[in-house]
Design a protein around this ligand. Structure first.
Ligand SMILES: C[S@@+](CC[C@H](N)C(=O)[O-])C[C@H]1O[C@@H](n2cnc3c(N)ncnc32)[C@H](O)[C@@H]1O
Length: 419
């Protein structure tokens, strides 16, 4: 591997310092060491050094509509996943989504000379670039495979660690089959449109999370792809609903913004319209969706949803829609205190707004001091004990996922339910 060049080492060290400051905590020692040694700029050769050692995503490929199809994930995302994976020297690791090859190089550093890394990339030109970057860096313990990572790489398994760096909608059976008995699989999992990076370990016939972190990823391609549906409402279009799990949309919904809004305010006040895990309390509602608006629509709608890259949360029915909104009730312009409410449209808009608001209130009662646990069982396996009391249960093609909110207060380890 290349020697550390002093100027670039300074840039890497500064990147790690900014990362630690952003997270409010230093990185795990082995992950920081790997990120200090591996030159990120070699894996994003088109990017200026300031971008290569910045804290953002470096997009490397786009589709014809300008949507990113491959990138070097943000350093914070990369570090978080590696920490969740707890990779040890000598381990055999599979990565799905080679991208630039940067994470594979970090994994090679973590497993050391006695370990191995196989990384699969769906797009052949991206795989070629990853191969070139790894060769330029001088690492030879990584095998780059062009193919569909949903099928894994049985010939190199079983794997102690599997890291999926594209957004998954389900846990592919191959990942479970190719995982060593005490292995760990880390993947960004989308449930009802909400993505969490989950570190799973085996538990009986299924998997149980040991760590859950919120983040976003480029979606999975190939046989595991399950795109969300975008439904545009209004003439602008004024608003876009993003819908997961193939929930149907009736034509009457397309005119819903023509009606007068109905508002329902809660007494929940937070520094951001986003409040931790509130989305999972709302995702239990039928018709749960995310709502996106552009600046023009924000100016046009009397009570707009939050203009947020992750979207505001909403619910829809056959001809009605409600979304979360907020209004400033204190704080400063930089750190406003926002009261959370819901705004509804259509014949049942008021009812849906009340339903959303009721869930926000329930979240406030139940969510303080809880951690989400996610369990996955094969579709054919018998239901998990307590599955009927879970916060959210989502059936997919290969697995059923149960999300439970467990109290972190050790004197009363109760679980919350969104009844
Ligand atoms: C966020 S990028 C990965 C970042 C990468 N790990 C790095 O260090 O640069 C996601 C990558 O996953 C790839 N991908 C998506 N679906 C895939 C699949 N089914 N099999 C393999 N790779 C896939 C995409 O083409 C893209 O290059």
């Amino acid at each position: 591997m290349n020697e550390i060049h002093e100027d670039e080492a300074t840039l890497r060290s500064a990147m790690l310092e900014r990362l630690a400051a952003m997270r409010g905590a230093p990185l795990a020692g082995n992950v920081a060491d790997a990120m200090m040694v591996v030159p990120r700029h070699v894996f994003v050769p088109e990017a200026p050094l300031s971008e290569a050692y910045g804290l953002g995503v470096v997009v490397t490929h786009w589709d014809g509509q300008g949507v990113p199809t491959s990138s070097a994930s943000a350093p914070g995302t990369v570090a978080g996943m590696l920490e969740q994976a707890q990779v040890l020297p000598g381990q055999r690791v599979l990565e799905v989504g080679a991208g630039t090859g940067y994470n594979a190089a970090l994994l090679a550093h973590l497993v050391g000379l006695s370990g191995s890394v196989t990384t699969i990339e769906y797009d052949a030109d991206v795989a070629d670039a990853a191969q070139r970057h790894l060769a330029a860096y001088g690492v030879d313990r990584v095998r780059v495979v062009t193919g569909d990572g949903t099928l894994g790489a049985a010939e190199d398994g079983p794997f102690d660690r599997i890291l999926v760096t594209a957004g998954a909608w389900d846990v592919a059976p191959a990942w479970v089959e190719q995982l060593a008995p005490d292995g760990r699989v880390v993947l960004p999992l989308r449930l009802r449109g909400l993505t969490r990076v989950v570190a799973f370990e085996r538990d009986g016939a299924g998997l149980r999370s040991v760590s859950v972190i919120e983040d976003g990823f480029i979606p999975m391609k190939g046989i595991g792809a399950m795109p969300e549906k975008n439904v545009r409402l209004g003439v602008g279009p004024d608003l876009t609903l993003r819908i997961d799990d193939a929930q149907p949309v009736e034509p009457a919904l397309l005119q819903v913004l023509d009606s007068d809004p109905a508002l329902e305010w809660t007494d929940v006040v937070a520094p951001w319209a986003w409040t931790p895990e509130q989305d999972f309390w709302l995702a239990t509602l039928p018709g749960f969706c995310r709502v996106f608006v552009n600046a023009e629509a924000v100016a046009k709608l009397r009570v707009p949803p939050a203009k947020d890259p992750w979207g505001a949360w909403g619910v829809y029915s056959s001809a009605s829609l409600a979304y979360l909104c907020s209004r400033q009730v204190g704080g400063t312009d930089q750190m406003p205190m926002l009261q959370v409410g819901a705004c509804g449209f259509g014949p049942d808009g008021a009812g849906l707004a009340q339903l959303l608001a009721a869930r926000v209130r329930l979240w406030q009662e139940q969510a303080a001091g809880v951690e989400l646990t996610i369990e996955a069982r094969p579709l054919s396996a018998t239901p998990l004990p307590g599955e009927d009391r879970a916060l959210l249960v989502v059936d997919k093609v290969d697995h059923v996922f149960a999300v439970t909110a467990i109290s972190t207060n050790t004197s009363s380890r109760s679980s919350a339910t969104a009844t």
